[in-house]
Ligand binder design. Structure first.
Ligand code: AMP
Ligand code: ZN
Length: 447
């Protein structure tokens, strides 16, 4: 039985899909104006664990992820780069897809580019205008908060915080500033060549509109699960709810899930704070992207996690040590039922990945036959996504040159010549292997 924390009720609830066995999952994707930073990637890994949990529980999942390829940021950055909006955003869309592949994030059923849904967005605004919920001011179109009494329920805004009548024209703004938000922006010279000629006039959508239009088109309304990082609760998700629920009169989403932030030195990792790293930065320091995935799994998705290079190194060491051990294991057979039960109970308990890692380690260290452990580890990897299959039972083929260095190292160590032993380790590392001294002798691993 899968239990998830629903931001709407602030409670852990049993997950009951709207339709038997088929789950609609909508996750807010990246704004493709730059490379994703590893904070962004934390949100996508949390959503990946969620999806893998649903899949292993036997649900069919239709997963839609939007890509924001038109908004204030993409327009500004593309103009600064002197490129058309579509060429510019395409660079970062491709980079994002590569990043998620390296992190073993399962791709969504569909990536939905915002610019491919302009018609649906326009229709949605027309509906809101017709109902008198949207209004025109200075040729832009705004959502009137006063017309939606439930506004602020997800973010738990207090009534006095709602300044109806105040307007915001920018896509992103702070919680202190709830106001009538823009649905359709009138073209201004700042937008350059980015505009659509539509019945709403010459302009472009406000950021919040795309998720309402895309999710309704692809998943219908209501939908089962909508997820994103905690910073999206307000204003983005609050505005999505307002748009979708007033347009149709139906509830928008049954379960809202939000992942906590990745921090650096105690602060949110953010492009605006210039305190971010990309996956490329990690790889340039010779880190395996999956070591980053492992690091994230050590924290619960609803806890903040402070990123340090030391913690990433520790994660990489842990992962490599598993790879090393499982190379010597026998072919998967039977499995360890008791550990499997504990593992899947933990994941079904609001995606408790730190607990699943502890259970995995307990099993690895147990004296059970390696074939049984291998079988269970493969099952665990359906959730963890750490590539264990590549290593189980795959003994490293050692070239004669390395074999010679290893033999020399054994001899040096027998003679307690630690200096020589270290030199030989460095030689071996130069060829691309790391050496670990274990109770069963030297183990090497391709770096
Ligand atoms: P954006 O590209 O800014 O639209 O953000 C993409 C996703 O990354 C959203 O779900 C954000 O909530 C999430 N996000 C942004 N910063 C962080 C962070 N420091 N830690 C975790 N998630 C983040
Ligand atoms: Zn969204």
């Amino acid at each position: 039985m899968l239990k998830l924390y629903n931001t709407l009720t602030r409670q852990v609830e049993e997950f009951q899909p709207l339709k038997k066995n088929a789950v609609g999952l909508y996750t807010c994707g990246p704004t493709v104006y730059n490379y994703a930073h590893i904070g962004n990637l934390r949100s996508f890994i949390f959503e990946d664990i969620l999806k893998r949990a649903l899949l292993t529980d036997g649900f069919r999942v239709k997963h839609i992820m939007n890509l924001t390829d038109v908004d204030d940021k993409t327009i500004k950055a593309s103009r600064e780069a002197n490129q058309t909006l579509s060429k510019f955003t395409d660079i970062y869309t491709r980079a994002f897809k590569k990043d998620i592949q390296k992190l073993n994030i399962l791709p969504p059923t569909k990536f939905a580019l915002a610019t491919k849904y302009i018609k649906q967005m326009v229709a949605l605004v027309q509906k809101l205008l017709k109902k008198g919920i949207a209004y025109e001011k200075d040729d832009s179109i705004y959502f009137c908060l006063a017309k939606f009494p439930n506004y602020g329920r997800l973010a738990r805004l207090k009534n006095q915080e709602l300044k109806s009548g105040a307007r915001v024209n920018v896509d992103d703004y702070e919680k202190e500033n709830p106001a009538d938000f823009v649905l359709w922006k009138k073209w201004t010279p700042k937008d350059g060549k980015v505009f659509w000629n539509t019945p709403l006039g010459k302009g472009r959508p406000g950021w919040h509109l795309e998720c309402s239009a895309i999710s309704a088109t692809e998943l219908g309304q209501p939908l089962d699960i909508h997820a994103g990082g905690v910073d999206l609760i307000f204003p983005h998700h609050e505005n999505e709810i307002a748009q979708s629920e007033t347009a149709t009169g139906k509830p928008f989403v049954k379960y809202w899930l939000h992942g906590e932030h990745l921090l650096v030195e105690g602060q949110k990792m953010a492009k605006s704070l210039n305190n971010f790293f990309t996956l490329h930065d990690l790889e340039a320091k010779k880190f395996n992207p999956l070591a980053f995935r492992y690091l994230l799994l050590t924290a619960h998705y609803r806890s903040k996690l402070n990123f340090t290079w030391e913690s990433l190194q520790a994660a990489q060491n842990a992962l490599e040590s598993i790879y090393l051990q499982i190379r010597d294991w026998d072919k998967p057979k039977v499995g360890c039922a008791e550990f499997e039960e504990k593992f899947f109970n933990a994941i079904n308990n609001d995606l408790d990945t730190p607990r699943t890692l502890a259970i995995m380690w307990e099993m690895i260290k147990s004296p059970l036959p390696s074939a049984a452990k291998a079988q269970s580890l493969l099952k665990f990897d359906k959730i963890l996504g750490l590539d264990f299959k590549k290593y189980i039972g795959k003994k490293e083929k050692i070239s004669t040159a390395i074999k010679k260095l290893l033999d020399e190292r054994v001899k040096a160590r027998q003679e307690k010549d630690w200096e020589k032993s270290d030199e030989l380790r460095k030689e071996i590392e130069k060829i691309g292997y790391s050496v670990e001294d274990t109770s069963q002798g030297q183990k090497i691993l391709k770096k």
